[in-house]
Design a protein around this ligand. Structure first.
Ligand SMILES: Nc1ncnc2c1ncn2[C@@H]1O[C@H](COP(=O)(O)OP(=O)(O)OP(=O)(O)O)[C@@H](O)[C@H]1O
Length: 328
């Protein structure tokens, strides 16, 4: 039985709630119960159904999920190209729900950079690589400081190992070179966040590796926070954190860290999978786990000192067995 709280206890609780850090206060990207509903021909599609996600400054992380799970919807919202229906989304201090059209334009030019899957969507075909990289700087800051812009253009092309492409137009470059130049374009204004939607989707595995290496270089050398949507297992397997989206919500997360074998001195990457617990206490159990134990509709929970046990609901099978026994 719970006793009624005293006035002092209530006052302490109110103070603690006021002082509690807001969800995601120290994150660069905060998605808090994000909802996006599309209506087409009178039919509603809930592309995001209360998605929670935190990304911290300096992270390089991957988002994975089946087709239709909501990855592109989330990326378009983070890119400032689409608005959520409900919930909260903040990127580098910008509130993506309440931004004015003018702030949205500045946000897209200066706070986020993006690289899309289709190489043709990333680069202007009639400009050289160097002109493509310089363009966002000219649009954001006007035509002044041309020397500084030219220097930064060359630095970025050099950093991403495509300096030799500076005077070539997109059709004179390979697919991998185009994506690395696209990365330089996206980094031109030194964005806080770089978003990439299947950037290696149109490339063979060897070229994909080189392009992914360029993303890693950008993350390590410039400290840019990077979120990559990918189907590519070799990309998803190489980042420290992979978040899976299922039915418009974050479902599981794989964290990787390196461990050094004390005997051989060899370094290996160790991965561990976690399920996401949202703030309402909801948890998505992996489908293969629930299938393996034939868990449906209802499960039994038991609180143990250091874990919570989730067991199949045996009352249904017990009742079924009792029914059979009574029939005999
Ligand atoms: N503009 C739109 N109008 C109506 N429904 C949409 C729209 N955009 C997305 N959807 C729907 O929202 C859901 C999520 O789509 P989304 O494109 O975000 O998935 P995805 O995970 O990126 O898939 P894929 O890997 O195939 O690109 C899907 O059911 C999709 O049909």
């Amino acid at each position: 039985m719970t006793s009624n709280p005293t006035f002092h206890e209530l006052a302490d609780r109110a103070l603690a709630a006021r002082n509690a850090a807001a969800y995601g206060h120290d994150a660069l990207i905060t998605c808090d119960r994000l909802v996006r509903i599309f209506s087409a021909d009178g039919v509603e599609v809930q592309a995001l159904q209360g998605l929670d996600l935190l990304v911290h400054e300096g992270e390089l992380m991957a988002l994975v999920g089946a087709s239709g799970s909501g990855k592109s919807t989330l990326m378009n919202i983070l890119a400032g190209l689409d608005k959520p229906t409900a919930g909260a989304a903040r990127v580098a201090g910008h509130d993506l729900l309440t931004m004015s059209a003018r702030e949205r334009l500045a946000y897209r030019r200066e706070t986020v950079g993006f690289v899309w899957q289709q190489t043709s969507r990333n680069l202007l075909p009639y400009l050289t690589a160097a002109q493509n990289v310089a363009l966002p700087m000219q649009l954001a800051r006007g035509r002044g400081r041309r020397r500084a812009q030219a220097d930064r253009t060359l630095e970025l092309l050099d950093l991403l190992s495509v300096a030799e492409c500076r005077d070539r137009r997109p059709h004179q470059m390979s697919g991998g070179q185009q994506q690395r130049v696209a990365l330089a374009v996206a980094l031109a204004n030194n964005p806080a966040v770089l978003l990439a939607d299947e950037p290696t989707g149109e490339l063979d595995s060897h070229t994909a590796e080189q392009v992914f290496a360029a993303f890693r270089t950008a993350n390590e050398a410039l400290g840019t926070t990077i979120v990559i949507v990918t189907h590519d297992q070799s990309v998803a397997g190489e980042v420290r954190r992979t978040v899976a989206i299922r039915d418009g919500r974050t479902s599981t997360e794989v964290l990787r860290h390196s461990e050094v074998d004390s005997a051989t001195g060899r370094e290996t990457l160790v991965a561990r999978e976690y399920a996401m617990l949202d703030r309402a206490g909801r948890l998505q159990l992996p489908a293969e786990y629930t299938r393996a134990l034939d868990m449906r509709d209802r499960v039994a929970l038991e609180l143990e000192p250091d874990h919570i046990a989730v067991r199949p609901d045996n009352t249904q099978t017990d009742r079924h067995r009792q029914d059979l026994e009574t029939d005999q």
